[in-house]
Design a binder for this molecule. Structure first.
Ligand code: ADP
Ligand code: MG
Length: 694
């Protein structure tokens, strides 16, 4: 008897040597691993074709017939073996360029064979090169059905482990009739119209028909997506049922004074809604884990500040963490006047905070003198201790991983509320997976009066047009960003481009009339901050920069974004960069400059940018173009994307189904039955702390 956990070595036909290869090179340790080693395609051996049926569009087929006229042609490297293959309807040439010696001794003229191969038309005649040959009786019935093909690296094939072996091993497993428990309750399978696990595993390898294959594929995709959803929802469920949160019970004077006396504009309806959502979280007694998704410029910072004031009103401290120093500075500068007006002590902590200041700050945080702390990830350094940290706001989360989020947990016994903000819109399917353990709020409305940014595509050769445009805009009192790519592999080249670009601009926009700032990654933080400040204060007209300004920077008077070598940026990055303008009341523009040579994909990206201002729509296009794994925010999220069979780009429907099913199952069986738990644990190597559930 075997079961799923049986070591692969004990399967008939494996043995020690092959077992080693299976384990080391293919990660197949057990019978279960073998069954989950899915074929990448099938070839159709369900019927025998006739030579007269062959046409130029035909794929790989089976033929039956007799071999004749075996001969070697040519010399040395160009040598090949040729043979005739004849059935009752005609004949065709077979050729081999390799393994000639072996074939010459094994192929017999006049014998019957069943072959498998792909006929190709060459010089008006069909031939098949390197067909698979099997000696069979003249009237043999060879109907093998859809035969699986496994993707096996060349180096492994040399060790006698190939598609055929895997096919055979899988067949052996089925002959032994292993027990395959199905963790999905039958009501769920019925409801979702999906087949049994055992059937799915059978038909994924050797389907009885195309239709069966589809059903098997759907079940296994469902499993992968369902597992993740179940894990995320389960985690959320545990969090909600076991992790207490600070209670910010009342809305107090700080919140109210800020809202009534200091806020200079009316909140948008979306902002109000999200503030309410946060409020209902933080007064509930459970820990908040909320994500705010909102396109660039939708006004997330103010919403976060309201949340921070809720903490302070209830005697807690609040922290905000930004991904870059520039951004941390900007948040600090932006919020300090409000804090001052309210009589709250606000501090800035970055890698550049002086030691003496840092010590004072540590003290004030620990004594509870400091109310608000803004910083970079210097903020999660272990030496920082709070007196009573109530909430952490994490801006632009896609630079922070789940693990870093967890670091706040050591700061207090009751964990602080977590509010994450991201302007990187990601497709819903992806956010369901990456942020599945978070509650999501969406700010889907821009502050009033914003004009749509006009985006135009220009070629590098049209620089005169660009200069004129810059001149006109500066004359109108606006400021301009010019952004250069900076990508690790070609850092030197990129840097040169930035320098050259700077000097060209300098020649065309010389002082004293014009002033230009320059910011790039190699500048000292102090110099960077200075250059940035010059631009923020309107002392400089043009900001030449690399993507360091990508995230969050807010200069409302800057109304033109010129992106050099735009073809080298990803869509979400382009959208982020464009989001730096259009923040004031003026009409804003984005110019995407490229060379004349554009790949098809680059062109699609540029066109998408010209045609759409909607971050979510662009994220969707980006995912279709590049696949989910390369979307910003996914790499560091710590979620498994190496699905064996599911594809987030095309399996959105299955994902929706899986999510709903997981929700329903959890509501029926919140503690999960043992089988499901085990299944989850194994398939996801889950990080759930099982001791918590007791
Ligand atoms: P993001 O969501 O990209 O982080 P910010 O929070 O930086 O956006 O806000 C962008 C700009 O919009 C800021 O100058 C901010 O003061 C302003 N703003 C935010 N909310 C409103 C509003 N309701 N009405 C007018 N301006 C607003
Ligand atoms: Mg922001």
């Amino acid at each position: 008897m075997i079961n799923l956990n049986t070591d692969i070595q004990y399967l008939k036909g494996v043995g020690e040597a092959r077992a080693k290869v299976l384990k080391k090179d293919l990660d197949i340790y057990t019978v279960e691993d073998l069954l989950y080693f899915f074929p990448y395609k099938h070839i159709d051996k369900s019927k025998i074709y006739l030579i007269s049926d062959i046409h130029s569009q035909i794929g790989s087929i089976q033929l039956q017939g007799r071999v004749s006229r075996i001969e070697t042609i040519g010399q040395g490297r160009g040598q090949r073996l040729s043979a005739r293959f004849t059935d009752r309807t005609g004949s065709i040439e077979l050729v081999w360029f390799k393994g000639i010696r072996f074939l010459k001794s094994s192929l017999k003229e006049g014998e019957h064979y069943t072959l498998f191969g792909k006929p190709i038309l060459f010089n008006g005649r069909f031939s098949i090169s390197h067909p698979e040959m099997e000696k069979t009786a003249a009237d043999a019935v060879i109907e093998k059905g859809l035969m699986p093909q496994y993707s096996i690296p060349e180096k492994v094939k040399d060790k006698f482990v190939n598609s055929k072996l895997i096919t055979k091993l899988v067949e052996i497993v089925w002959q032994l009739q292993p027990q395959i428990p199905d963790p999905l309750p039958s009501y769920l399978k019925q409801e979702q119209n999906i087949i049994d696990l055992c059937d799915a595993l059978k038909h994924i390898h050797k389907p009885q028909s195309e239709d069966w294959y589809k059903k098997a594929e759907e079940r296994l995709k469902f499993d992968e997506l369902f597992n993740i959803q179940l894990k995320l929802l389960f985690q959320k469920h545990i969090q909600k049922s076991t992790i207490k949160g600070h209670i910010f019970g009342h809305v107090g004077q700080y919140f109210n004074r800020f809202f009534k006396e200091l806020l200079e504009f009316e909140l948008t309806e979306a902002q109000k809604r999200v503030v309410r959502e946060i409020h209902s979280d933080v007064k509930s007694g459970l820990q908040m884990n909320r994500l705010i998704q909102g396109d660039v410029g939708s006004g997330k910072t103010i919403v976060a500040f309201f949340a921070m004031l809720m903490a302070v009103d209830n005697g807690f401290q609040a922290a905000m963490m930004a991904p870059t120093e520039i951004l941390a500075n900007q948040h600090f500068e932006g919020l300090k006047p409000f804090a001052d007006a309210l009589g709250l002590k606000i501090y800035l902590l970055t890698g550049n905070t002086k030691k003496s200041e840092r010590e004072q700050l540590h003290q004030d945080l620990q004594n509870g003198v400091a109310h608000l702390l803004i910083g970079t990830h210097a903020l999660i350094e272990d030496t920082v201790q709070f007196d009573n940290l109530g909430i952490v706001v994490i801006d632009e989360q896609h630079r922070f991983g789940v693990a870093q989020r967890a670091k706040f947990w050591n700061k207090n016994n009751v964990p602080p509320h977590i509010l994450i903000m991201t302007a990187t819109p990601i497709p819903r399917t992806l956010s369901m997976t990456i942020y599945g353990d978070l509650d999501v709020s969406v700010i889907d409305e821009l502050p009033p009066g914003r004009k749509t940014i006009q985006t135009q595509h220009l070629y590098d050769t049209q620089f005169l047009k660009v200069y004129k445009f810059i001149r006109d805009q500066i004359a109108l009192g606006r400021q301009i960003y010019v952004v250069y790519p900076l990508i690790k592999e070609s850092e030197k080249l990129d840097f040169k481009a930035l320098e050259e670009g700077f000097w060209q601009l300098y020649e065309n926009f010389p002082p004293p009339k014009y002033h230009i700032s320059k910011v790039h990654g190699d500048l000292k933080a102090k110099d960077k901050a200075f250059e940035m400040q010059q631009f923020v204060k309107g002392e400089t007209h043009i900001m030449v920069a690399t993507t360091v300004i990508e995230v969050g920077v807010n200069v409302p008077n800057a109304s033109v974004m010129i992106i050099e070598s735009a073809e080298r940026f990803g869509l979400s990055q382009l959208h982020q960069l464009r989001g730096r303008v259009g923040r004031g009341a003026d009409q804003s523009y984005c110019i995407l400059k490229t060379s004349h040579k554009l790949s098809k994909e680059s062109r699609t990206r540029i066109e998408a940018m010209v045609n759409s201002n909607d971050g979510f729509e662009l994220a969707e296009i980006d995912m279709q173009l590049r696949g989910p794994g390369s979307i910003d925010g996914t790499q560091q999220s710590g979620m498994p994307f190496d699905f064996k069979i599911a594809k987030l780009t095309s399996d959105q429907d299955i994902l929706q189904k899986a999510r709903k099913a997981a929700e329903k199952l959890l509501s029926k069986d919140p503690d999960l039955n043992a089988l499901l738990k085990q299944w989850l644990k194994k398939q996801l190597q889950t990080t759930i702390d099982w001791s918590r559930i007791g």
